[in-house]
Every structure is written in C-alpha cells, then in structure tokens.
Design a protein around this ligand. Structure first.
Ligand code: HEM
Length: 175
C-alpha cells in the first residue's frame, strides 16, 4: 500500500470508468495470466505491429534512431521494456479501475511519463496506434479466450491509462 500523497487520482472519468467491473477485470487478468510467461516475445510482436501500422513511429525512439534502419528491432532491450511496461500498466490499471473507478499511477511516475512522451513528440494518434497494436497482439496470443467483451475490457483499461498520461502531457507541455 502506497503512503498517502504518493498517488494521484487521474479522474479520467467517462462512462466507461463506471462500468469497469469484476467481469472486465477478470477478462483482462485471464488474458494477462496466459500471456505473461511469454511477455518478452509478445512485447516484440506488439512493437513490430506498431511499426507496421505506423512506420514513422520508429523515429520517436531515440535508441532506434541511433541504431540505424537495418538493426533488428527484436534485439532492442529498451523496446521490449517499453512494450512490457505498457502491457503491465494496462493490466494494473484494470485492477485499480474496478476497485476505485480511477487509474492510480504514482504521481512522480505520471509526471515523468508526461514529460517523456511530450519530449518524444507522441501525439493522440499514436496512442490509438498503440491501442490497436495492443489488442491485435492479445487477440493473436489468446485466440481461444478472445471475445468482443475481452477486447472492450482491454481497450477500456488502456484508454483510462492513456487518458491519465495525456492529461500529464498537457501539464508538461504547458510548463
Ligand atoms: C498507455 C500507454 C503508454 C505507456 C504506459 C507508456 C510507458 C512508457 C514508459 C514507462 C517509458 C519509459 C520512460 C519513462 O518512464 O518516462 C516510455 C517511454 C517512451 N514512450 Fe511510452 N508509453 C505509452 C504510450 C506510448 C505511445 C503511444 C508512444 C508512441 C508511439 C510511446 C512512445 C515512447 C517513446 C518514444 C519513449 C521514449 C523512449 C526513448 O527514446 O528512451 N509511448 N513510455
């Protein structure tokens, strides 16, 4: 349990926050449970999918820019780390949504995320690309579990988290 004052209610609001219940959480967690043993290779697939949908996004990642066009993407530890983080944070955000109706991310983390993503030039459209790549990856990873309800639950969890980061990006951009 974090000490009082170290977390921030993102108050992302919206009608979806109110309907994120036990069932949605269970859907996200069951998929995550099936995927997490394989998270590093799924993370690579997730990112390859992002760059398939939006090849230009590669330019945003400093370590990819520096590596040159021919470097094999699957060998980038930072890229894997980012992908796993997005997976894990969406999952954690799902648990919190059920308990509190809000995404709670440590305030320092959220501030840093806001600043990092502004600096990297991430825009709203990129969050949509990442969402599509995320649900595509999960669909392909757990085809037997996949349902429209599971898709909606992951999208909801991701949207709430993305909204919290975007809010902090606005603050970072204004600072
Ligand atoms: C819910 C969605 C996302 C989460 C949870 C997330 C998480 C993170 C984290 C934890 C970092 C490491 C640096 C830090 O802690 O400040 C990071 C960096 C970064 N993220 Fe994201 N991210 C998300 C969405 C996106 C999107 C949509 C893009 C654009 C395609 C993106 C591009 C980047 C870039 C370019 C960096 C900096 C990498 C570098 O050059 O070091 N992220 N992100």
């Amino acid at each position: 349990m974090a000490a009082a004052g170290t977390e921030k209610d993102a108050h992302t609001g919206g009608p979806s926050a109110a309907v994120f219940g036990e069932e949605q959480e269970a859907l996200v967690l069951s998929a995550w449970g099936a995927m997490k043993g394989d998270s590093a290779s799924l993370a690579v697939k997730f990112f390859l999918r992002i760059f398939e949908i939006a090849p230009g996004a590669k330019q945003m990642f400093s370590f990819l820019r520096d590596a040159g066009d021919d470097a094999p993407l699957e060998n980038h530890p930072k890229l894997k780390a980012h992908a796993v983080t997005v997976f894990v944070m969406a999952c954690e955000s799902a648990t919190q949504l059920r308990n509190t109706g809000d995404v709670k991310v440590r305030e320092a983390t959220l501030k840093r995320l806001g600043a990092t993503h502004v600096k990297a030039g991430v825009a709203d459209a990129h969050f949509e690309v990442v969402k599509t790549a995320l649900v595509d990856t999960i669909r392909d990873a757990v085809p037997d579990m996949w349902t429209p309800e599971m898709k909606a639950a992951w999208e909801d969890a991701y949207d709430q988290l993305a909204a919290a980061i975007k809010e902090e990006m606005k603050n970072a951009a204004a600072a």
